[in-house]
Design a binder for this molecule. Structure first.
Ligand SMILES: Cc1cc2nc3c(=O)[nH]c(=O)nc-3n(C[C@H](O)[C@H](O)[C@H](O)COP(=O)(O)OP(=O)(O)OC[C@H]3O[C@@H](n4cnc5c(N)ncnc54)[C@H](O)[C@@H]3O)c2cc1C
Length: 277
């Protein structure tokens, strides 16, 4: 399959990339692992691609003002190797090491995955459980969008026309915070048929997020309430599993019917809660 013809620009700064977005039907190119297949299938037919993969200010991981900041063009490989992430957000590095294959991990970027908002992506659940904010920039400047407000539907986000994701900002977890992510992977792609991410704070406040279950990843308030502040014994974990994914419109496709996905959501919630107990 061959994409339709497009112009190509390699941006070296964020502002250059933002300026290029006003040139017509322009798409940002980061790792290309989702965009290039879409171009080849002609699902997207942009007039121009702006490559942001080489923009230094979009890469890297640092701690700043009580937050862990991951540049949007940071690759999964760089996240896996990073010491801050390994020590403070180990579910990010563990999960990133299991996304796709080596090529996907070497080129795929956290910003690209979040912007794409695939209903089965891993990063969506991870940033939700981590209470992240997505930092975006457009011609009117920067703004932050809470992860809980970022994913708005199937492949849809709160990004506005002309904006790019610049970073993911995560509150530095308090000492003693535990995290886990588990997924039932699609056997070929390793995408999550169902994935569940949990972050449990020392005071027992627990963030629980699902991917693969519905049109977009979401925090499960009922499951969170079932475990908040309580010891994670078998009865509490069972109560959370019973509450999981209730009232949610569940995806059904040739990989998994809705009732099976709901069953997987409960099973994977139990797995992650046992992991942080
Ligand atoms: C074989 C294979 C297996 C995979 N397995 C998994 C898996 O197990 N789990 C998983 O989660 N994903 C998986 N993926 C998807 C992979 O993670 C993609 O890399 C990711 O979805 C997109 O990131 P990217 O950097 O490649 O973005 P691109 O493909 O370059 O871009 C994707 C979309 O985001 C937009 N975009 C990119 N960066 C930005 C930005 N900073 N701001 C605004 N818009 C932006 C682009 O315009 C485009 O619309 C797999 C992909 C492949 C090919």
């Amino acid at each position: 399959m061959i994409p339709t013809a497009f112009d190509y620009q390699k941006a070296s700064t964020v502002d250059e990339a933002i300026a290029a977005l006003t040139d017509g039907d322009v798409k940002i190119l980061a790792g290309g692992h989702s965009l290039l297949p879409a171009l080849k299938l002609r699902l997207n037919q942009p007039s121009k691609l702006v490559n942001i993969a080489g923009i230094e200010e979009l890469k890297g991981i640092k701690e700043e003002d009580g937050e862990i900041v991951i540049g949007a063009a940071t690759t999964y490989h760089d996240i896996v190797k990073n010491d801050i992430i390994k020590s403070k957000l180990s579910f990010f590095s563990d999960s990133a090491s299991r996304i796709g294959d080596v090529q996907v991990r070497n080129h795929g970027t956290i910003g690209g995955s979040l912007a794409h908002a695939d209903p089965s992506a891993d990063w969506t659940a991870l940033v939700l459980a981590a209470d992240a904010a997505i930092e975006v920039k457009g011609k009117n400047g920067k703004r932050r969008i809470k992860a809980t407000e970022f994913f708005t539907g199937l492949f849809s986000t709160a990004l506005e026309e002309g904006e790019i994701i610049t970073a993911v900002r995560i509150p530095s977890p308090a000492e003693g915070t535990k995290t886990a992510y588990q997924k039932f992977p699609q056997p070929a792609s390793r995408f999550a048929m169902v994935g569940c991410a949990v972050l449990r704070k020392p005071d027992g406040v627990t963030n629980i997020a699902f991917t693969g279950v519905s049109d977009n990843a979401f925090r499960d308030a009922a499951a969170e309430q079932a475990v908040a502040g309580k010891p994670l014994d078998d009865a509490t974990i069972e109560a959370a599993a019973n509450a999981a994914a209730e009232g949610v419109s569940i995806l059904s496709d040739h990989y998994a019917a809705a009732d099976y996905r709901k069953h997987l959501a409960k099973v994977y919630l139990k797995k992650v809660l046992h992991a942080v107990a």
